[in-house]
Ligand binder design. Structure first.
Ligand SMILES: [Fe+2]
Ligand SMILES: [Fe+2]
Length: 263
């Protein structure tokens, strides 16, 4: 059990227990406890891909846990979750290949399982979709779209091609979540209150894991086209654009010498 054990805020759980990891892995609870190598370090990219690999496994495990925890969910939603499991497994394998291609190995760096622990702490499937797909993965759309341009600029075309394929998959994950969340809101408008409460818990949990260290300077431009494809409305996109523009302006006013990655 890691240092961040099951914590309750206002009677609600912030973190579920860690998912299982075999003896190759060292599991940490907070970003600050990880290696977090600087961008100029020779192992920086190995560490980055190792982190991505474990995050994809977390996403696979969270979707698989949803299938196990909500056996009576509509069949079409369960099918979408099962497809997501398959996609995330493919992404994890691809990131593992990137690690090994650079001479790294599974378990080389400590890992965080904050996504799984935050998502599966919620006992409401719609809330889980809002946190996992509509928040974490939607943020991932921005990061991946940014990564495509970076990889192309470095002439790493194979990596850029993988990112493009991954982006298409992640768009579909965000889109089906948006579809089911909108349906749930239409069926029962009080769903908005449940989602809001769950998002507040997730934000508090995320703050505890990442601290200010893990999120400073990590603002990607909003991938507007990808988010539009993923089912966000024009109003939501406009709101997001205002938020990211403000965050980037605030970031420019600070001395910037750090690198961190969150997908
Ligand atoms: Fe993925
Ligand atoms: Fe995904």
């Amino acid at each position: 059990m890691s240092a961040l054990t099951v914590v309750r805020a206002g009677g609600s759980q912030l973190f579920a227990p860690d998912p299982a990891r075999d003896g190759r892995f060292v599991v940490k609870a907070r970003w600050i406890e990880c290696d977090n190598l600087p961008g100029a370090h020779p192992l920086h990219s190995v560490q980055f891909f190792h982190r991505q690999m474990n995050e994809e496994v977390d996403s696979l495990e969270a979707s698989a846990q949803a299938l196990a925890d909500f056996p009576n969910a509509p069949w079409e939603l369960r099918l979408a979750l099962a497809r997501q499991c398959s996609d995330e497994a493919r992404h994890a394998r691809a990131y593992r290949a990137q690690v090994e291609r650079r001479g790294g190995h599974v378990g080389q760096f400590p890992v965080l399982n904050f996504q799984y622990r935050i998502i599966t702490a919620q006992d409401d499937l719609i809330a889980r979709l809002a946190i996992q797909n509509r928040s974490f993965e939607a943020g991932g759309l921005d990061a991946i779209a940014f990564g495509i341009g970076e990889a192309r600029a470095r002439s790493e075309h194979e990596l850029a091609d993988f990112y493009e394929a991954q982006l298409a998959d992640e768009i579909s994950h965000v889109r089906f979540a948006n579809t089911w969340i909108r349906k749930a809101l239409k069926d029962d408008p009080r769903t908005a209150l449940r989602i809001g409460a769950a998002m507040n818990r997730a934000a508090e949990a995320f703050r505890q894991v990442m601290g200010t260290e893990g999120t400073e300077g990590v603002e990607y431009p909003a991938a507007m086209a990808a988010r539009r494809d993923a089912g966000f409305t024009e109003e939501e996109l406009q709101h997001l654009l205002e938020l990211t523009t403000a965050a980037q302006a605030a970031e420019r006013e600070k001395p910037a010498d750090r690198t961190a990655a969150v997908v």
